[in-house]
Design a protein around this ligand. Sequence first.
Ligand code: HSE
Length: 401
Amino acid sequence: MINVAIMGHGVVGSGVAEILNNFPDRVAEKAQEKINVKYILDLRDFPDSPLGHLVTHNFDDILNDPEVTVVAEMMGGSHPAYDFSLAALKAGKSVVTSNKEVVSNFGVELLAVARENNVRYLFEASVGGGIPIIRPLVNDLAANHVSSISGILNGTTNYILTQMRECGRDFGEALKDAQTKGYAEANPAADVDGIDAARKIVILASLAYGKLISPDSIYVEGISKITLSDIEIASEFGYAIKLIGHCTNENGKLLAMVSPRLIPAGDPLHTVDDVFNGILVDANMLGKSMFYGKGAGKLPTASAVVADIIDIAKSPKNDPCFPAIENASADEIADIMDYRCKNMLVFDAKADDSIMSEFNASQAVARNGKVAFITEELSEKELLDKLSSLKDAPISRIRLL
Ligand code: HSE
């Protein structure tokens, strides 16, 4: 029998407890061993829960109990989640987590400590909720060089953008709905400002390229400036606006970024709507493959956490197939100013007509008293230089994928 401690009894933690408690036979069959929840660590009590008697407020109860061999951390935030995970690994306990903040900031150290202590640190639920993406990237695509990853990695913002496009709802109303449904982070800025997606794209980049970039050091732009008008104009061009985490590694330079992007009709990411996530991996042997499913929510995310627990039950020692990841050094990181793409620029209708030729633009759309066009492919630096020389600044600028 494997004894598990669940740290954090919020949305995901309670989902993990529910799966382990309600489906013990299925889990035992898959794990080839019974999985028992021994503790639930939380600041609160849960007198109405069937597992309420397992609640402890003291992490030392878990740390000092040699029967606990797996700790499932779903506390959220960096501290004390990182500190407890580190202590558990050093005490010879495997750790599974859905906590992308901890993985993206401390993953290199925690993986190394797991290796030193011959235990495992698994985080399938940290990206894409319940969608299998970490294991496929590490194991199934191992023969490939990954040319790029482009993902809709945040369910809350995808839900908000879908609601805006399909129902004409305003941003605040759609956000509130997402929070009620349990998709949003406690602090919605992490979703809306792209921080959550940044954590996830650096995790994916680290698995694809073996280097972890700090999520605080990449280019991140959220969705708070996207207007209904932008969405309508983009639709006229045949594009949907999605918040995209993107990474590539060319000539030894790793680029990771998050920003709203225009996705053309026909691209598999175009139809990924609502709280769903979609992760498009372009790999040199396989070509493009798409990982799609529920990227947030209680049971979808808990399903990936429980899968990690089952994996550890079957293989409790350090997994040599997991790649060694290092922190990226400054000279391994690409300069965002060199990044090249096309852009949609939206101007006030009174703007000078000659602007279009300045950007070698071919198509234009006029709507809502605005004109918009798509630029030729330009580097960030080239685009910013051109924009700074204009008399009229654009109202919006959104990159194409
Ligand atoms: N707030 C996150 C999202 C939860 O909306 O995708 C899952 O990581």
